[in-house]
Ligand binder design. Structure first.
Ligand code: ADP
Length: 494
């Protein structure tokens, strides 16, 4: 295990993958570097797995599902996941430093990315322990007389989990733990930029839990073809994926040949409709904060602000002041809430979209460049674009940066039409003093989830899923557990 430590808190994670119960390098011995985005330096390495390594991992997961009791022994799974919960708590500070190292996320805002997912392990363990896997629906009339029917909830088999880099530890947990507790076996393929949040999970499972060999595997790779191999493998029953819509389409296509189940959480371009009775001084600073925390690298960010024309300039002034005063800087400094973008390529993409915005007539109110006081690290100033044409590229493409676009509207119907003018449908927000009116607007937004007056829709106990090209299926809540189970209806004598 690598253990690079510096005064900033930088910490490199586990280099080895977990395949069939063994922590191991790539069969080829290849590795690739992991960069700390705040200092633009490679701070350690990780195994560069190949398609061959992925095939071995899928084989191990298949065997563990087909040949062990894992899928049938709920008590044992509860025991193992309770162990894992305790082990993650012991490793919490190490996981936090690895997360800040590979993502560049400010240490002050890591609670939702470390403590919350660790709690979720406990949640799913208890949820799965108490779940009713056999439901007797009683007698049903049939042409051949009454038949009793029982619904047997069974795991699907091998689940491939492909995760992105923006909130890697959280998503590694969110995608794999309900799958495991439901009795599936798992192959996790973490994102290239954030492999350690995955390999650390593998190490902890191997070293500190009784989870049997093959039940949980982690394959890291610098090549997209390794994720593609997982999504096409006929031995895999389901892919759970969070990432871009483009990659989601590729995963769906790859799974089509074997009619694989897919749970997809994809991109978003969510709108925030600010109604004319909204308290601007409450809702807009919060909107600015949401755009800057995580450097805007959040799929559920309501990045398109729709302001009533009557309050347009007042709203812009509040957003400008909030963004200009936002605490950005080195992610290790307590109190900093916006760190760098994750990579040079991502920063370049953000700048390209800002430029596309100004090219199409948007007004740059603030930001748009690199902060002068942070010459090293992939920082982007909080950026506000006004007068944004709802059909322009910057209003249609997900930016994944600390950028808000603002568009004025004249009527609520027009605001709803602008909000719905997107291929996406992940999340959304409505602000307004009249909550009933805000609720009615929320129901007309073609999107998966809506926050009203800053009251978040997101949490472990509530289903979360996208509409349109933002996804298929649900995470969290009761539907989020059912995704990992097949319901077998058994008809039988009375
Ligand atoms: P981004 O473009 O922001 O890097 P992606 O959606 O491409 O995000 O990546 C999310 C995850 O999907 C990563 O783990 C990545 O390795 C994986 N991935 C990329 N391309 C493919 C593919 N064709 N098939 C399966 N997984 C892929």
């Amino acid at each position: 295990m690598t253990s690079v430590q510096t005064e900033t808190g930088i910490l490199a994670g586990e280099q080895r993958m977990l395949i069939d119960g063994e922590l191991q390098p790539a069969a080829s011995g290849a590795t690739f570097g992991v960069e700390h985005p705040a200092n633009e330096t490679v701070v350690g390495d990780v195994a560069d797995g190949s398609v061959h390594d992925m095939e071995r991992a899928v084989g191990a997961a298949r065997r563990a599902f087909d040949e062990t009791d894992w899928s049938r022994d709920t008590d044992f799974r509860f025991h193992c996941l309770t162990q894992l919960h305790e082990a993650l708590q012991r490793n919490q500070e190490r996981l936090r430093r690895i997360l800040v190292t590979e993502v560049g996320c400010p240490i002050s805002v890591t609670g939702s990315q470390i403590e919350s997912p660790i709690d979720e392990v406990r949640h799913w363990a208890e949820y799965g322990r108490d779940f009713d896997y056999l439901v007797d629906t009683g007698l049903h009339d049939t042409p051949l007389g009454p038949a009793r029917r029982k619904l047997h909830h069974e795991p699907l088999g091998v689940v491939g989990a492909i995760t992105p880099w923006n909130v890697p530890f959280y998503l590694n947990i969110a995608e794999t733990i309900p799958a495991l507790m439901a009795g599936n076996t798992v192959v996790l393929k973490p994102a290239q930029l954030t492999p350690w949040s995955g390999t650390e999970l593998g190490r902890i499972i191997a070293e500190e839990t009784d989870i049997p060999a093959g039940v949980f595997n982690v394959v890291t790779s610098n090549a997209n073809e390794v994720g593609a191999a997982l999504s096409a493998d006929p031995r895999v029953d389901m892919i759970t994926f969070t990432g871009s819509t483009a990659t989601g389409r590729a995963i769906l296509a790859a799974g089509a040949a074997t009619v694989k189940k897919n749970l997809l959480e994809l991109g978003g371009k969510s709108a925030h409709i600010v109604l004319d009775d909204a308290d601007l001084s409450a809702c807009l600073p919060l909107a600015a904060m949401m755009a800057c925390v995580m450097s805007g690298q959040s799929c559920i960010l309501p990045s398109r602000i729709l302001l009533p024309r009557s309050r347009y300039e007042d709203g812009l002034a509040i957003l400008k002041a909030s963004m200009e005063g936002f605490p950005m800087g080195d992610p290790w400094t307590p109190g900093v809430m916006q760190g760098p973008q994750i990579s040079a390529a991502q920063r370049c993409k953000v700048f390209g979209l800002i430029e596309a915005g100004t090219d199409s007539g948007a007004r740059l109110v603030t930001g748009g460049g690199m902060p002068e006081n942070l010459p090293v690290g992939y920082y982007v100033q909080p950026t506000l674009l006004a007068d944004v044409d709802p059909n322009s590229v910057v209003a249609q493409e997900e930016i994944f940066g600390p950028v808000l676009t603002v568009t004025p509207y004249d009527s609520v119907d027009e605001a709803i039409a602008i909000a719905n003018n997107t291929i996406y449908g992940l999340s959304g927000e409505v602000s307004g003093a009249d909550v009933e009116r805000a609720f009615s607007v929320a129901t007309r937004m073609r999107t998966g989830n809506v926050t009203i007056n800053g009251k978040s829709h997101f949490g472990i106990d509530s289903p979360f899923g996208g509409t349109g090209q933002s996804g298929l299926g649900y995470r969290n809540g009761a539907p989020g557990y059912l995704e990992y189970l097949h319901i077998k209806t058994i008809g039988m004598p009375e």
